[in-house]
Design a protein around this ligand. Sequence first.
Ligand code: ADP
Length: 306
Amino acid sequence: RVIVLGSVNTDLVVKVRRLPRPGETVIGGTFYQNQGGKGANQAVAAARSGEKPVTLIAAVGNDVFGRESLAALQRDRIDLTHVKVKHSISSGVALIMVDEGGENAIAVASGANTALSPADVNEVPDSVFESAAVLLACFEIPVETVRAGMRRARQFGVTTILNPAPVPEELPADLFSDVDIMTPNEHEIARLLHLPQIEDEAGVRDAATRLLDRGVRNVVLTLGARGCFFAGAEGTGFLPAFPVKAVDTTGAGDAFNGALAAALSEGRAWGDSLRWASAAAAISVTRAGAQPSMPFRREIEDFLKI
Ligand code: ADP
């Protein structure tokens, strides 16, 4: 199986003519509610693209948002046995306003995601880790909880993927050596290493090398429409993105990570797994939204003509 350790959020979006100033009310908007959270998105991507069961370790509040998030995840057959329902704290919610030009203002209440503890991870029975091939984690949950997940996965010989998004203020140095595959985008790798933004190919190679020097076994640096650069124990090279007409790139990284985890859990080779992830992400950007845009296995196979 694949274990996904991460966040569950609900996005409450109002599309308005223009963003209100402090104290102002702007009426006439339209409202959308989207399931989100990087952990949930990645779990959906892994479940749809893969044939192995996906177990999510996460936390929600005892409220309507949490219940709706879980209902959506259940429709994708994700194992929710180890999702904690935290009392006296809300589910994770993002309040998003978007204006006509696409400019946005976002306020996030991380809620139950911040209450997902190392103890919650350590409570998950050994049998779950014993039957896992891959653990995929992201931030939006406490760093210590991610560290506990990585550590535990490693003890069971489970391949660990860390999508370092969003990059926390501080990372314990010993986290890196528990990571088999780290998958930052360009902004994240720059923040992780306290480097200026990457300008060119030399910058890409240099940043990846620096991350490997920290003890990570492999780096897959995603470069948006340019594809990805991978380096480390499994090999080094560029994989160009599939050319598609992008409609909405929200969740591209989540599609990539979830599909990569699924492919590796099925024992696919490294290059094939990266191609699979890249195809899943390319399909996802041709559709609106994050979770709804995650492609199913059959669609990826058709896309790759396999
Ligand atoms: P994030 O969504 O985390 O910022 P990226 O923007 O780097 O991550 O995208 C992740 C992956 O999604 C890329 O490596 C690429 O494979 C794919 N991708 C992103 N944008 C496009 C695009 N416009 N066309 C095709 N593939 C894309």
